[in-house]
Write a protein that binds this ligand. Structure first.
Ligand SMILES: [Zn+2]
Length: 341
């Protein structure tokens, strides 16, 4: 066999192997989707279609599922749907079988439909998915003292060089330019084995053009808490928060909602809370735990081991808190934790 032919045959073999892997992944994904959520149609049945009836070619559930796949496969942009999904045999076949249509929709078709649906109805789909997992007791083993762990933190979604809408957040950069961006505050139900299930999203945006201060994570937290309590009034929750939230209003809010919390403080956070913390901690010397964490990092040519000692200290009401500290997988050099657990 010539060198060119050999290279071509190797390339075909690799491509076939990749397609096989994709088939296996899609099969596992479909199995999970149908087992827990009854399939795409059932999942999206609560989202109303805002399209003109005369222009409908694809069922709305088909378009929403293409949107989910776009994020799941990290396609990055709608136009990638045209390149990656429309031209990919396993995805194409699966999609046609799901929705009885001729082909995967074009990215612009998704855009037309998504601009006409209510974000609150899509949010409800997300809430219902986690609710289903809770009801089916899939997440029960990850509760801590009967509480589901809910991490709340801000994250960036979109950035622009120039103002793109009236509600954009704006920040001056060091080079004098202004960055326009759209962050969100996310509440995710997390498990010690590394899963994070999005439960609720709050947009951080300047809804009031007359306001003299911009919106922020803390204001968004109060809005999110209100929605969370209204949607899940009886869910036993322990919030996982960073030092930004370590303040009286958060403690009071958690008390009113009957939520537990665990707040990790960095050294630079809230000197007054640190002083109180140090005072209480000095009287509870048993509230320390040292954990030796090892992580094996491999690359093709190199195998290295990194060891780290993590020191945890906490101020809380239960001595047995030590059993849960450090059960996650992240390496934290030192953590100081304020908790109601
Ligand atoms: Zn904007």
């Amino acid at each position: 066999m010539s060198e060119a032919n050999e290279e071509q045959s190797h390339w075909i073999e690799e491509a076939e192997q990749e397609l096989d892997e994709q088939r296996v992944l899609l099969k596992a994904f479909c199995g999970t989707l149908y087992h827990y959520f009854g399939g795409w149609q059932k999942l999206f049945e609560g989202v109303r279609d805002g399209r003109h009836p005369g222009l409908i070619r694809y069922p709305l559930a088909g378009l929403l599922s293409a949107g989910v796949l776009m994020y799941l496969f990290r396609l990055g942009a709608r136009r990638q749907i045209n390149y990656q999904l429309r031209g990919n045999p396993p995805s194409q076949t699966k999609f046609e079988a799901w929705f009885e249509v001729d082909e995967v929709p074009h990215g612009d078709t998704l855009n037309y439909a998504f601009k006409r649906i209510e974000p609150a109805e899509v949010q409800e789909v997300v809430c219902q998915m986690v609710e289903t997992l809770i009801r089916k007791k899939v997440l029960y083993r990850w509760r801590v003292y009967g509480n589901f762990l809910l991490a709340i933190d801000g994250t960036g979604v979109l950035t622009f060089q120039s103002r793109h809408c009236e509600t954009c957040m704006a920040r001056k950069l060091k080079n004098g330019e202004t960055l326009y961006y759209h962050p969100v505050l996310e509440a995710k139900l997390v498990t010690a084995n590394g899963f994070a299930f999005s439960l609720m999203t709050e947009f951080i945006e300047n809804a009031d053009p007359q306001a003299d201060k911009q919106d922020c994570e803390l204001k968004a937290f109060y809005r999110l808490s209100k929605r969370l309590k209204a949607r899940f009034p009886h869910l036993p929750i322990c919030l996982l928060l960073d030092g930004l939230f370590a303040g009286g209003p958060t403690f009071q809010l958690c008390q009113e909602h009957h939520w537990r919390f665990m707040i990790v403080l960095q050294q630079a956070d809230l000197p007054q809370v640190h002083r109180t913390y140090d005072l209480i901690l000095s009287q509870t010397s048993e509230n320390h735990k040292h954990i030796r964490l090892g992580r094996q990092r491999r690359t093709i040519t190199l195998c290295s081991m990194r060891m780290s000692i993590s020191t945890y200290a906490w101020v809380g009401s239960r001595r047995s808190t030590r059993n849960i500290i450090g059960s996650g997988r992240s390496i934290i050099a030192t953590a100081r934790i304020v908790t109601t657990l």
